[in-house]
Design a protein around this ligand. Structure first.
Ligand code: NAP
Ligand code: ZN
Length: 350
């Protein structure tokens, strides 16, 4: 295939602008490229941070979306991993150097040359990348993963970011049978952290602001639930957890949560609000506790997570919306009113 591919997409023309339905072009397929007919695209809070320039200057016009599920529409001449008709997904990255120590290790997010992000990024050729709020997308075959039968494409889409971002620290810190895990914030990432940690055998406590999500949390697999709007509610939980996963998209007094760790425990932060943490050193030194971060996950781990989800009957808990509902959905996500991931049916992009 030599010509560019046109696709209908949802475009933010400038920072914070409402979405418009437009035609955009993708590059002509390279030898190692896969063209995907997108069926569903999840809305991640990172999309909102970027569309609203909460992380600094972004590239506009922007087609967000890095939770992509669909089927292969065409492949470049050298593609061996995927064929037309396969059920596949793309997450946060679409290319990397493939040669550095991290790429060779399957940790492409740490690529020394800089991984190419699915949108609000530039390919190594300088071309701006365009994400999943569209009917088609192009990526190097190395960044396209198989979606196993048994997980619907709609509930699979959020696994490509929310799933892998929570899977990675759960695995890194050895969560398994008997682990005591707390999850702060029950949104897109948080609800996946609960499902995955539970399926790995952990006891999971949800720390959510209010009582509103208690019943849902139990249904998702939580063994305990604490509403944190009353700061006194955290006191009985001191020194209780091996791992605390913070998924909150806004600033948080992280010190109060460090106290919840057992000695040698880790609070791993995946939330990315623009603000800073204030941590008195004694709080870490006292119990030899760690405050860590975690950035998405590599492609082999993404496939492992998808296979694990299929084996355990896990998909995201979703609310499917049409293209004209995305602006409203953004406001609902920011208000903490998503149960628990919005997924765009991309066939509704006119
Ligand atoms: P989300 O669906 O909006 O969930 C965030 C949750 O945080 C909300 O559901 C809410 O939970 C809680 N929250 C929101 N505002 C709060 C406030 N003012 N104070 C306390 N809690 C609040 O967002 P998401 O898509 O899961 O993403 C969460 C964060 O992770 C975002 O910052 C995103 O950019 C980041 N992220 C990071 C990575 C990575 O690689 N590290 C990958 C993807 C996303 P309750 O209602 O239960 O309190
Ligand atoms: Zn994301």
């Amino acid at each position: 295939m030599t010509s560019q591919t046109s696709t209908r997409a949802l475009v933010a023309a400038s920072a914070g602008a409402p979405f418009e339905q437009r035609t955009v072009e993708h590059r002509a397929l390279r030898d190692d490229d896969v063209l995907i007919d997108i069926a569903f695209a999840g809305i991640c809070h990172s999309d909102i941070h970027q569309v609203r320039e909460e992380w600094g200057r972004a590239i506009f016009p922007m087609v967000p979306g890095h939770e992509i599920a669909g089927t292969v529409a065409a492949v470049g001449s050298a593609v061996t991993r995927h064929k037309v008709g396969d059920r596949v997904g793309i997450g946060c990255m679409v290319d990397s150097c493939g040669e550095c120590e991290f790429c060779k290790d399957g940790e492409e997010q740490f690529c020394v040359k800089g991984a190419v992000m699915t949108y609000n990024g530039r390919g190594y050729d300088g071309e701006e990348t365009k994400g999943g709020y569209a009917q088609r997308v192009v990526a190097s075959e190395r960044f396209v993963v198989r979606i196993p039968e048994g997980v619907g494409l709609d509930e699979a889409a959020p696994l490509l970011c929310a799933g892998i971002t929570t899977w990675t620290p759960l695995r890194r810190y050895g969560v398994g049978e008997g682990s005591k895990v707390a999850v702060i914030g029950l949104g897109g990432l948080g609800h996946m952290a609960v499902k995955l940690a539970r399926a790995l055998g952990a006891e999971v406590t949800v720390l959510s602001r209010s009582e509103a999500k208690r019943d849902d949390a139990v249904e998702l697999g939580a063994t305990a639930y604490v509403a944190t709007e009353d700061p006194a509610a955290l006191k009985p939980l001191r020194s209780s957890f091996d791992l605390v996963v913070n998924t909150v998209s806004a600033d948080l007094p992280i010190g109060s949560y460090l106290k919840l760790l057992k000695p040698l425990g880790t609070l791993v932060n995946v939330g990315l609000p623009p603000g800073a943490f204030e941590v008195p050193p004694g709080m870490l030194v006292g119990g030899s506790r760690s405050l860590a971060g975690s950035n998405i996950g590599g492609i082999p781990a993404t496939q492992e997570m998808l296979d694990f989800c299929a084996e355990h009957g896990i998909g995201a808990t979703i609310e499917t919306i049409s293209a004209d509902q995305v602006d409203e959905a953004y406001d609902r996500v920011v208000a903490g009113d998503v149960r628990y991931r919005f997924v765009i049916d991309t066939s509704t992009i006119a």
